[in-house]
Write a protein that binds this ligand. Structure first.
Ligand SMILES: N[C@@H](CCC(=O)N[C@@H](CS)C(=O)NCC(=O)O)C(=O)O
Length: 212
């Protein structure tokens, strides 16, 4: 399978880490949503990443749908999202707040990457900034409440993967801890995960996205 998109995207990276954890081999196309827009559009009409090209040429888009596909094909008991009950609900809650925070970060980044300076609208960026930090604060609270080595149960789940990919992305792209480590419980979860080879082998190379 071929995974399209750069690892500076938390959406691409959570798919890559999940494939590593599930031992699904993949080729990687390090294509940028800025300069490789037309190339990406050949696989996803939206021009967004991640896209996952399967052996038969069929392409999956949208990270949640790709993760669902990977879990569906995982060996019994190895799926990264718990199958049902409270564990599944809690994992989905953590993933939803993390993904929401990432979306608000991406909106801030695109304001400078894709919009000329004279067309930027500061109140919108500030709103996104507030929403992103609210998501991080809630994520930190959830990490603190859950304690333990992993967020759900006694093994790594998609909650750990998504929370970590988002936290690392926000730390690197928006320097959220400029003054101090503001989210200690979340930061501890991320540090544990980032030490694993499945995360270390898919690190982002930081290049600001080039606009059109
Ligand atoms: N909901 C999507 C979000 C994907 C997303 O926003 N990807 C960004 C990169 S971080 C992208 O492709 N941006 C280009 C664009 O939207 O034009 C998912 O989970 O796959």
């Amino acid at each position: 399978m071929i995974l399209i998109g750069m690892f500076d995207s938390p959406f691409v990276r959570r798919v890559a880490v999940s494939m590593n954890l599930l031992r699904v081999p993949f080729e990687h196309r390090n294509w940028s949503v800025g300069k490789d827009f037309e190339l990406i559009r050949q696989f996803n009409p939206l021009g967004r990443v991640p896209a996952l090209v399967q052996a038969d040429g069929d392409t999956l888009i949208e990270s949640a749908a790709i993760l669902d596909f990977l879990d569906e094909n995982a060996a019994l008991g190895h799926a990264l999202l718990p199958r049902s009950g409270e564990a599944r609900r809690e994992a989905l809650r953590i993933m939803a707040i993390a993904v929401g925070g990432a979306e608000k970060a991406v909106a801030q980044i695109y304001e400078t990457a894709f919009r000329p300076a004279e067309k930027r609208y500061r109140p919108w960026v500030e709103r996104c900034h507030t929403q992103m930090h609210a998501a991080l604060a809630e994520l930190d609270r959830l990490c603190q409440v859950r304690g333990g080595e992993w967020l759900i149960g006694n093994r790594i789940t998609q909650a750990d993967v998504t929370a970590t990919c988002v936290y690392t992305f926000l730390s690197e792209a928006l320097d959220i801890n400029r003054d101090a480590v503001m989210y200690p419980a979340l930061s501890a979860v991320a540090a544990r995960c980032e030490a694993l080879p499945e995360f270390r082998s898919v690190k982002a190379e930081w290049v600001a996205p080039a606009g059109p």
